[in-house]
Design a protein around this ligand. Structure first.
Ligand SMILES: Nc1ncnc2c1ncn2[C@@H]1O[C@H](COP(=O)(O)OP(=O)(O)OP(=O)(O)O)[C@@H](O)[C@H]1O
Ligand SMILES: [Mg+2]
Length: 360
């Protein structure tokens, strides 16, 4: 990967609260010339402090109450998972609830799941390890702050499935509006999404990560870490399983053609399905690890079905995120949304296709 493009961290002088947090935690100080940042939605600062502590600080974004809950959930998960024998996560060092700051041990030179997948270095063993950790997580008792948090997960956006507010409409870009239009013109799919959320609300819930994407996995010194507990909640186990499967399905559909290759939807889907055949072992390995860690999940016969539906939602979610950066949706992105729709509408037919079949 090219080294040329490195994001520039927000100067520490402009965010005195970062130094204040590190001082309060007794971690020393970060020197501006020794700090770097990561690409992502959030402002981040990474470096080794003058007392020799490798730290990673991020500032979460959102409305004040939301930010406070994110910090609260992260803190609770950090405490619950500190030193856990199976679930690995960068050590939570402390946070600032009002400023939305979170500090963790920096995993120096770590590679994310996305980097590994892009370089062909994501192994089946890593997928299995991810499944073991997530299965173990789903059997843990939820820490108080997570159990007490009954705020709705931000995704799927139940309150925007029928229409956007005028404010949301005017703030959205072209491709985002196209994505919303795909949903708003399709009451069958929005009903399927809403049903999935309603079943989650009424059904059995576990301690879930809530935002399990490949870029939330970090590989460091031979150990796989799960990061970003901001959306941890009591939720349907299928959310996490489906997100992991959805990540690979997304890569399958996207990876087979260059954007706007001039293929029609049917060709894109057929080729995407073929390419996904190569990726399915990652989901199978995850599912094997998951069931080994959490054998009781076998009794929840509908779990793989709901997971396929969540994987379908995940594809639409990914399109929304990329739409944010574009003027128009490409034909390929529309095809991805089409595959997502199929998974949402016919999940029971696709469990084995997605690698979540029985007998593992
Ligand atoms: N403790 C850590 N040590 C090293 N790198 C980390 C650590 N935590 C996160 N990272 C890396 O920092 C980058 C930014 O992380 P961050 O979670 O802020 O962004 P993001 O994942 O894009 O945001 P979000 O998950 O909130 O959408 C990611 O690439 C992640 O791999
Ligand atoms: Mg992240």
């Amino acid at each position: 990967m090219g080294e040329a493009l490195k994001p520039v961290p927000v100067p520490l002088g402009q965010v005195p609260e970062v130094a204040a947090l590190l001082t309060r935690l007794g971690l020393g100080a970060l020197r501006q010339d020794a700090v770097s940042a990561f690409f992502g939605r959030n402002d981040t600062w990474a470096g080794v402090t003058d007392t020799g502590m490798p730290v990673f600080v991020k500032r979460t974004l959102g409305e004040a109450g939301q930010v406070r809950r994110m910090v609260g959930r992260t803190r609770a998960m950090g405490v619950a998972l500190d030193g856990h024998p199976v679930i690995h996560t960068p050590r939570f060092l402390g946070g600032d609830d009002d400023m939305g700051l979170l500090a963790f041990t920096l995993l120096e030179e770590a590679r994310s799941g996305v980097d590994l997948a892009e370089d062909g270095d994501f192994t089946w063993d890593l997928a299995h390890a991810a499944g073991t950790q997530v299965g173990t997580l789903h059997d843990l008792p939820a820490p108080e702050a997570v159990a007490a948090d009954d705020s709705a997960p931000p995704m799927p956006p139940r309150d925007r499935l029928a229409a956007l507010t005028l404010e949301e409409y005017t703030a959205a870009g072209g491709a985002e509006l196209e994505t919303w239009a795909i949903l708003h013109d399709d009451p069958v799919v929005t009903r399927a999404i809403d049903d999935l959320c309603e079943r989650e609300r009424r059904g059995p819930r576990v301690l879930a990560h809530g935002d399990l994407r490949l870029d939330q996995l970090l590989h460091h010194d031979g150990v796989l870490y799960l990061t970003d507990w901001e959306e941890a909640r009591l939720a349907d186990a299928a959310r996490d399983v489906g997100a992991f499967a959805g990540e690979w399905l997304y890569r399958g559909v996207l990876g087979m053609a260059g954007p706007d290759d001039g293929l029609n939807d049917r060709e894109v889907i057929a080729a995407g399905a073929r390419r996904f055949e190569e990726l399915r072992p990652y989901v199978e390995a995850f599912w094997t690890g998951y069931l080994e860690a959490r054998p009781a999940a076998r009794d929840d016969h509908e779990l793989p079905v709901r997971a396929v539906a969540f994987a379908g939602w995940h594809l639409i979610d990914r399109i929304m995120v990329t739409a944010h950066q574009r003027g128009r949706l490409s034909a390929l992105q529309r095809a991805v949304a089409g595959v997502g729709r199929t998974a949402l509408l016919r999940p029971a037919d696709l469990t084995a296709t997605l690698g979540l079949g029985e007998g593992r």
